[in-house]
Design a protein around this ligand. Sequence first.
Ligand code: MSP
Length: 478
Amino acid sequence: MDTVRQKFYITTPIYYVNDKPHIGHAYTTIAADVVARLHRLLGEDVFFQTGTDEHGAKIAQAAEKAKQTPQEFVDEISAKFSFAWDQLDISSDDFIRTTEPRHKQAVAKFLTMLKDSGKIYEGEYEGLYCVGHEAFIKESDLVDGVCPDHKTKPELIKEKNWFFKLSEYGDILKERIETDEFRIRPYTRQNEVLSFIKQGLEDIAISRPNVKWGIPLPWDPEQTVYVWVEALFNYCSIIGFGEDEEKFRNYWPADIQVMAKDIIKFHCIIWPALLLAVDLPLPHAIFAHGFFTIGGQKISKTIGNVIDPNDWVAKYGADAVRYFLLREVPFGQDGDVSEEKLKIRYNGDLANGLGNLFSRTTNMIEKYLDGDVADFAVSPKDLSAAWDAFSTLNFSEGLVKIWEEIAWANQLIDKAKPWELVKTEPEKVKELLLNLTGLLYDIAGKLAPVMPDTANKIRKIIESGDIKKPEPLFQKIE
Ligand code: MSP
């Protein structure tokens, strides 16, 4: 009999292709990957989306600067994102690019529905536009006349736009958020969104008459769809909206949408309001993590501190980078990362901690048991607390729990001194080593969502039942 598997749909933001990926983008994508892998291991029907946001003035300007056509430019940079995700062992089920026909078709259909909803009207707008944000910005948000995030002067724009009646959605959004029907976490972000709603929502322009690099409005093709509106809809186009209704109905609404705190207003106000307007269900949850700094400074090209995740992967391996980013900063909080910090975790937690436990256990198995672990015992320790933590996105907490077990096992070896005990009580040493094998096996299982390759290596060696000279998992770095 077929059992219906629970579906689980998880998303990352689609990243702008004005520049290649950095470790901030990698962070969100790794976090979502861990949750996707966990739910797959739990037997669920998982769909894990990611992709790139390729239209709008910001991208068109970056292409111009690079002296390329927008299409050539976005092709090149989007490929860098998918390459980086491959290197980092990201298990996404699909990768959407907003320049793909399937997305353009879905957006055209969505915009037509929006128009039919009666929530769209034509008007004039005059305001300051920050290209870096791809959004209008208030005079009161400027610092010394420039956008505080991008340090650029916004453009004064006066144009004819199509508007969406966002102002009508304050009360219903408030209710959905307060009842947790639409969950925003952590609570600090929920409060931020609620207080923003409380100030009163204004209607927003959903089209741009002078931006050519975009998707034409179905009923007024002289205008293109405002880039944020079409970008948000990627979460629906990737699962077949307007094309494969069965697939779309199976996966929508998203179970969790992961991002950093910088884009919550778009995801917690504009996005749900647009969905309500066209009668689509809201995502169950939004989780916004914090921002990384490097050596205490904002990640920025001008400062010159941008870290390419590929460089770290090449030096330390994907699993070490995944471990480091999730272990170093509690998810949800801001935090600082650097290669120095990565090295400390690598040598300490990975080489000396897990790596050492694995090497000494397997070396002793080879020496004292002739490699034979065919009857290894499954550990009595229950590590499911680690998975509980991962599934609520408390990655560092889950990893700390696993590393407590690793430390405990290493201490057990130090105390038992099997190299002495073997002379008088070889049976006890055998029992100890088989228990340690079981513990390692269990640890590998719990670690699998975060460090899939390491987990796989450990499990394969143990499952072979005959341990002979395994390679060290992590070589210490000077
Ligand atoms: N294209 C929009 C998102 C559209 S989603 C419908 C966008 N792109 S972005 O390239 O700027 O990506 C922003 C996201 O990248 C953040 O929300 C976060 O996931 C990640 N990060 C970028 N810099 C980061 C840090 N310094 N620290 C942590 N995450 C960072 O916004």
